[in-house]
Design a protein around this ligand. Structure first.
Ligand SMILES: Nc1ncnc2c1ncn2[C@@H]1O[C@H](COP(=O)(O)OP(=O)(O)OP(=O)(O)O)[C@@H](O)[C@H]1O
Ligand SMILES: [Mg+2]
Length: 515
């Protein structure tokens, strides 16, 4: 028997070799991952040897991981189940404020600390909506920006990734830039508001978490969703584990009674949505006050967390897959039209539409904004339109508002406003033709394509609308625009409820003009 190298030493040598190979690829600019802990250690040792690093700087030690990253005493119900689950596809589904985003962020932050060198991606349909919501929650959960926090954000107020001192990284990217989301194999993906994704988009993501080259012993795709229609693909995917979240899972809203309390009493007067005894906090009472005021499917979905369809929707045949489309550059030669519906407390809407040589209508850009004066909107419309030429600008009838537009150089023609025939005309266009396509379609990034060229200090989606949890763009109105009910409670298919109709009114004016 030859005197072999002792095992620990052999392992160390192998690791060093690996780190050296990695160093070569880093030096050659070929590295695709953040530095491995082994390489980090090697470089730090080398720098220390050369006296370039103070002797007290050591590679990250897992025992220095922040304890609160693993503290889940405040994560309960659905969030707790999510935290412990190792299923590949996991989905937290529930109404508003049930703590879905908070719990998801808690989980991924803990995994990034636990597995040095792990890489996760946080994504949502658009980057602007992601940084306005989940990224802020993540920063609060992980303590980013606090004086003692060792996580470093890159990208300033447009964060692109977060580096952990153990070599882990959280990428932040919107699916309006899919290459950023999909470049490279990852340990996990967290998809915020997953119901906004099509099945096809979702599957391109799961295809990137197959475990090739992963650091974690298992890979995961975590979604948080608000319920949609029962026909949604999320409900018909057996491999996706669905966990329902309730309002009383959120500890800032509900405080459960200790176990020995077996009946409601003065101190513990409430029953939570899961049926347990406890009490709603002051914040909880405020939230319920707002959420309980919702009606129809919004109440069912966002207060109760149920996957239901609206009764008596006007455009029953609306299908997100068929009536919205991925953006593409509009050829200069296509006819273009703008349509405007005035509003101040209600949203002001302007749609930009183009007609292809076959007569198909594409809505390629939109403004959907409350509390914007017509004069401001006019400037914005002029800026966004740039060099584009329009066949017509069709407008709601308000004389004063039209005069304001005219004074700023936007000549308009009044819309043809008959409701029922207009709805019929839009429906005819929404029919799926022999080529499996509809004759009207809305770009999926309609509001983002406006924001990208925005020249005013405003953001879209309009925060007043996202806060009230009402539609913030035309495509979202379809599911909520319903017929009024007659005395017997049946939908009166002549007269829609005048609610969630701002973009859809524009669409109606547009179709009536074109057809
Ligand atoms: N476990 C928790 N610990 C502390 N605070 C929490 C916890 N869960 C929720 N919260 C608080 O409640 C707020 C709402 O929670 P969260 O954003 O996770 O709800 P959500 O279910 O994602 O809602 P939405 O459906 O509106 O996106 C959080 O911003 C946070 O302040
Ligand atoms: Mg959320």
């Amino acid at each position: 028997m030859g005197g072999g190298v002792p095992l620990p030493e052999l392992k160390e040598r192998q690791e060093r070799k690996k780190a050296e190979r990695e160093l070569q690829s880093v030096m050659a600019g070929k590295a695709t991952k953040p530095m491995s802990p082994a390489l980090r250690k090697m470089i730090e040792e080398e720098l220390q040897r050369k006296g370039a690093l103070p002797p007290d700087v050591k590679p990250w030690d897992p025992k220095d991981n922040p304890r609160d990253a693993f503290d889940i005493s405040n994560i309960r119900g659905a969030g707790r189940e999510l935290f412990h689950s190792r299923d590949f596809e996991l989905c937290l589904s529930g109404g508003f404020e049930t703590g879905k985003t908070w719990s998801s962020c808690k989980k991924i932050n803990a995994l990034l600390w636990k597995y040095p060198g792990a890489q996760w991606v946080m994504t949502r349909k658009t980057y602007s909506s992601l940084i306005a919501t989940a990224v802020q929650t993540y920063e609060r959960v992980a303590g980013v920006g606090k004086p003692d926090c060792k996580i470093k954000a890159y990208g300033g107020n447009k964060p692109e990734w977060y580096d952990y001192p153990n070599g882990s990284r959280l990428w932040v990217a919107g699916f309006d830039n899919p290459q950023k989301v999909l470049s490279g194999e990852r340990d996990g993906f967290y998809i915020n508001q997953g119901e906004e994704f099509t099945l096809e988009e979702y599957e391109t993501i799961t295809g990137r978490a197959t475990g090739r080259g992963s650091i974690m012993p298992y890979t995961q795709v975590v979604l948080d969703v608000n319920p949609g229609p029962p026909s949604h693909w999320i409900l018909s995917r057996p491999s996706l584990k669905l966990i329902k979240a309730y309002l009383d899972d959120n500890p800032t809203l509900f405080e459960p009674a200790p176990e020995h309390v077996t009946a409601v009493c003065e101190e513990w007067p409430d029953i939570g949505d899961r049926g347990g005894i406890g009490r709603w906090t002051e914040q909880g009472k405020r939230s319920i006050g707002i959420l309980d005021k919702m009606t129809g499917i919004r109440y069912q979905r966002y207060r109760k967390g149920n996957w239901v369809a609206a009764e008596g929707v006007v455009y029953e045949n609306f299908d997100r897959e068929k009536h919205t489309c991925e953006p593409f550059p509009i050829p200069e030669s296509w006819t273009k039209i703008r349509v405007i519906d005035f509003g101040y407390t209600n949203p002001f809407v302007c749609l930009w539409a183009a007609i292809d040589p076959d007569g198909r209508i594409y809505v390629y850009r939109e403004i959907y904004m409350t509390q914007m004066l017509v004069s401001e909107a006019a400037r914005q419309i002029i800026d966004l339109s740039g060099e584009e030429k329009f066949d017509a600008t069709i407008c709601d009838h308000d004389a004063e508002d039209r005069a304001t537009l005219a004074a700023m150089g936007i000549k308009s023609i009044p819309a043809w406003k008959k409701v029922k025939p207009g709805i019929d005309a839009v429906e005819r266009r929404m029919k799926i033709a022999g080529d499996d396509r509809a004759r009207i379609s809305i770009f999926r990034n309609s509001i983002d394509s406006a924001v990208h060229r925005w020249t005013f200090p405003r953001t879209m989606p309009d925060p007043h609308l996202t806060e009230k949890k009402v539609p913030y763009c035309t495509a979202q109105e379809f599911e909520f625009y319903v017929w009024a009910k007659d005395v017997s409670g049946k939908p009166n298919k002549e007269e829609p409820v005048k609610e969630f109709d701002h973009g859809l009114d524009c669409l109606r004016y547009l179709v009536c003009y074109v057809d």
